[in-house]
Write a protein that binds this ligand. Structure first.
Ligand SMILES: [Zn+2]
Length: 409
């Protein structure tokens, strides 16, 4: 457990914040730095093909000890969320945590409240790792990286464990939606993958939203306001009308939960001449995305009837698809993960994520990839924390999983 903790603490101290506003890949040099460290550590463990490719992605193979078993992949991302700084992360280890609210030492206004944090009360007596309140922790997803490293080290030092080959993949820029862009499925060459990028241990994410992005462009007509009588068509006002006519009491993230989808306007920009509104369309049922687009077109049509001089263009782009559809092509991916969770004494909790994961896109392009928990909590926030015992259980689940796949053909 100390080795696992040591790895985790070293990885979180490397600043790997992903950057949205750049074309560079990876988007920040810290990811390259961590990647080099990880590749060197994999090599030191005895992984012969460990290396960093030209995009900064780290790969290496834990070789098989049985012949003919399928290769699987373990995947986690090295970058951290741009939503909060991860410069000079000063992790704080709370051993045998007393179950009380945790006031973070570097910023006492930041408190991890037991009452407000799902599942936290049950972690009393465990070892928690928090920040000092001034940064992210980056357990998302360095807990996953540390768990994979530790499981790989265990397998390599126990050649008597019967297993197929395991491809280790550490990716870049997941947090800015580019985690899969540079991945080469041919190089990964596995029957399925597992992202180690989930919360409470025992959770198994086998379903995500299907997602499209609608870009609504409203074009008006600009003219000096002094000369505007009967001539100006103000795209800003029309955008206001557009938004007010969108469903809100239903089909909105603020008013729905569980298996309900939604339409979510999240960016608006422009001026009198033109306004663009970006709207996320989300549903667990892919076919419903087309219905969401129809809702937008109806709103647009109702406005154009009243303002025939305006133009409204709606462009819908595909984002990702519910991973469940692709997981059905390789049912063992979820089935064996559930069995591995049972083998460490837990009951698997199947979850439908109201969002996407790298696994949604990987599953769609041909690598069925459910998501496993690693014990990270409150991520994308300075009150982020990780639980060491949960991370350790995650290592055990991976070792069981390797053996279960070792029996397959
Ligand atoms: Zn993540």
């Amino acid at each position: 457990m100390d080795i696992l903790l040591d790895r985790f603490l070293r990885y979180v101290k490397v600043e790997t914040t992903a950057v949205e506003q750049t074309d560079k890949y990876p988007s920040s040099t810290g990811q390259l730095e961590l990647g080099k460290t990880l590749a060197a550590e994999l090599a030191a463990l005895g992984i012969k093909d460990a290396g960093v490719d030209e995009h900064g992605i780290v790969m290496g193979t834990v070789p098989a000890t049985v012949e003919g078993a399928p290769t699987i992949a373990w995947i986690s991302h090295m970058d951290t969320s741009p939503e909060f700084t991860a410069k000079n992360v000063k992790p704080v280890v709370h051993r045998n945590w007393n179950g009380k609210d945790i006031v973070l030492s570097g910023d006492p206004s930041k408190v991890i409240c037991v009452a407000e944090t799902k599942g936290l009360a049950e972690l009393s007596g465990k070892t928690l790792i928090t920040t000092d309140g001034t940064t992210l922790l980056g357990a998302d997803d360095k807990a996953g990286v540390a768990v994979i490293m530790t499981a790989a080290a265990h397998l390599l030092s126990h050649p008597e464990i019967r297993r197929g080959a395991i491809r280790i993949v550490f990716t870049c820029d997941e947090e800015v939606g580019r985690g899969v862009d540079k991945l080469d499925l041919k190089k990964i060459d596995a029957v399925c993958g597992y992202t180690l990028d989930g919360e409470s241990i025992g959770e198994l994410d086998n379903e995500t939203f299907s997602a499209d992005l609608a870009v609504v462009t409203i074009t008006g007509r600009n003219i000096h306001p002094g000369l505007a009588t009967g001539k100006m068509v103000n795209a800003i006002r029309l955008a206001g009308v557009f938004l007010s006519r969108m469903p809100w009491q239903r089909l909105a993230p603020e008013t729905t939960a569980n298996r309900d989808g939604f339409l979510h306007p999240y960016v608006i920009e422009g001026g009198v001449h033109e306004v663009k509104v970006r709207i996320l369309l989300r549903s667990f049922v892919t076919a419903e995305l087309a219905d969401h687009a129809v809702v937008l077109r109806r709103v647009a049509d109702s406005i154009l009837v009243e303002h025939p001089q305006a133009k409204i263009n709606i462009e819908v782009k595909k984002q990702y698809r519910n991973m469940r559809e692709a997981l059905e092509n390789e049912p063992r991916a979820v089935h064996l993960a559930a069995e591995a969770i049972r083998r460490v004494g837990l009951e698997p909790k199947f979850q439908s994520i109201r969002g996407g994961t790298d696994g949604s896109r990987l599953s769609e392009i041909g690598l069925p990839t459910p998501n496993l928990a690693v014990g990270m909590h409150n991520f994308h926030s300075p009150i982020e924390f990780a639980c060491l015992e949960e991370m350790e259980t995650s290592v055990k689940i991976l070792i069981e999983l390797a053996q279960l796949w070792g029996r397959e053909k």
